[in-house]
Design a protein around this ligand. Sequence first.
Ligand code: CA
Length: 259
Amino acid sequence: MTRAADGPRVLIVEDEPTLAENLYGYLERQGMAPDAAYDGHGALALLRGSAFDVVVLDLGLPGLGGLDVLRAMRRDPGLWRPVLVLTARERLEDKLLAFELGAEDYLVKPFSLAEVAARLRVLARRGRGGESDPLVHGDLRYDPQAQAVTLAGRPLALPRKSVLLLAALMRSAGDLATHARLTAALWPDGPPSDRALHDQVHLLRRRLRAARGPDIVAEPGRGWRLAGPGHGAVPADCPVPGESKRPAGRDVDGGGDAA
Ligand code: CA
């Protein structure tokens, strides 16, 4: 492996030799430092033994499949790396499952090598962010190293995007997090749709309420903030400062088309 490059260290997990070679050669010419595994067990062995900034993961692999590799990487904090899933599977359910399991990004074959490289750079920057101190908001704690959230000391299992959103809200320490800032935290290349951020806020708010965590308060037209520590789940008929009374059974988060 060429180590002269100081670009991202990329683990390519791909069982098609020609494709793996093409990716390897292209990424190397782009100044990255690639390595390759041809099956799932080989990928996990390399992850345990070497430092990588980002992983390109094929789903259809012999033996241990790509989704199983992703599960293993998300169970073991020591194996956490940003993952770009690369696959011939283009069914929406496959994509959603990959995201639910914690993939950061997804490309369907055939793809452009230049696009793979561009997406890997974005993910590698995020993975190298250097954030290491836990974020704390009342009983809520986010450990960036382990990518894990706890509430009152108990693990709170959340989809990856919810974790990113929660971390971005916690970084604002109860102050307003603008629509633009949250969007950038979740989708460095831009959101998949205008409603995507609202949908993610709804999802995280429901999860936090179910766990009796802090509420997410909308500041219409601007963004959102986490309610102060100790508020717990806010009853639907209890208005929060900065938010007009919430109609029963419906979330209000007019947060920010203008933000
Ligand atoms: Ca394959």
